[in-house]
Design a binder for this molecule. Structure first.
Ligand code: SF4
Ligand code: SF4
Ligand code: SF4
Length: 297
């Protein structure tokens, strides 16, 4: 981890779904509204709970998810989670960028040089979380940049500043990990053994107490080398739309290169055998192999 890396701890148990974080991000970063006519005409509804944003995009760098678990109304609950770029320690987007437009900042976050981005979209396919998005208006990519400008002036992120419940906490990742560990212990002591950390393995193990996955085990997960923006969850990662085992595309290179080498070796041996058989056929039939005419004849 970058020394003194900055990030955010997202305690989903404290989120009320007020979306102040989304609004603050839009305002601070002057992000346009997608399909403004539909929004102003009150027709931009998804029909999915209170979520009318749908997903992260080039103009929505933060997105509050609403997950309803109302199958058994005697045991119902509503999970909420404010999502964004995770500023991964092993960032797939950054590793595949051919121009260096995506880069690691002095705060350990992943930022974008807009003037160096050529819009090739390699990074879009390389992010295991579906975060970074192509911006058709600019021909480049966009995502949360952890309020780089605010960090440079010593301010926290705009979204964390706006959150009224401290569901989002900005700070040094080391400090945040300590806060997260203490919070999980506090919840477990209250009987909320569902609580665990997605992003770092701080040693917590628990059991889900509510919802369709009730009774199943959960445990802290370190993913892609650690997440500088990480989460306290109460259910399996997939329930929140997070991958349970995110993969970086280049990590598949070694196995696929091995398969390619074996295939090439098999093809080579088969080709050699076919060549030898063709050479031997005239001799086996008792005829002389064709002679190359002498030069100049
Ligand atoms: S979440 Fe995706 S876009 Fe953000 S740093 Fe990780 S790989 Fe890159
Ligand atoms: S850190 Fe800044 S850019 Fe990222 S989601 Fe929060 S407000 Fe938006
Ligand atoms: S501002 Fe805080 S409480 Fe409100 S939706 Fe965002 S994370 Fe949740």
């Amino acid at each position: 981890m970058t020394a003194n890396a900055k990030g955010m701890f997202v305690d989903t148990t404290l989120c009320t779904g007020c979306k102040a974080c989304q609004v603050a991000c839009k305002q601070w970063n002057e992000l346009p509204i997608e399909d403004e006519a539909a929004v102003r005409g009150h027709t931009a509804f998804t029909g999915n709970s209170y979520d009318n944003t749908g997903h992260l995009s080039a103009t929505n760098w933060r997105h509050v998810k609403f997950i309803e678990q109302f199958e058994d109304r005697s045991d119902a609950r509503w999970l909420m989670m404010s999502d964004s770029c995770k500023h991964c320690e092993q960032a797939g987007c950054l590793e595949v960028c051919p121009t260096g437009a995506l880069y690691r900042t002095q705060f350990g976050s992943v930022d974008i040089h807009q003037d160096v981005c050529i819009g090739c979209r390699y990074c879009v396919g390389a992010c295991p979380f579906g975060v970074i998005d192509f911006n058709a208006r600019t021909g480049r990519v966009n995502k949360c940049i952890l309020c780089q400008d605010r960090m440079e002036t010593g301010d926290g992120t705009a979204c964390a500043k706006a959150c009224p419940t401290s569901s989002l906490t900005f700070g040094r990742v080391d400090d945040l990990r300590a806060i997260a560990a203490a919070r999980v212990k506090e919840l477990h002591a209250q009987g909320k053994t569902d609580a665990y950390i997605y992003g770092w393995d701080l040693g917590n193990r628990g059991v889900i107490t509510q919802g369709p996955n009730k009774g199943q085990a959960v445990s802290d997960m370190e993913v892609v080398g650690g997440l500088n923006v990480f989460y306290l969850l109460l259910d399996k990662p997939g329930v929140y739309g997070l991958p349970s085992a995110p993969q970086l595309p280049q990590r598949n290179f070694a196995p696929s290169a091995g398969v390619a080498l074996i295939s090439a070796a098999v093809l080579g041996v088969t080709g050699l055998a076919a060549f030898r058989r063709r050479r031997m056929e005239p001799a086996m039939r008792g005829a002389s192999p064709p002679q190359t005419p002498p030069a100049g004849s």
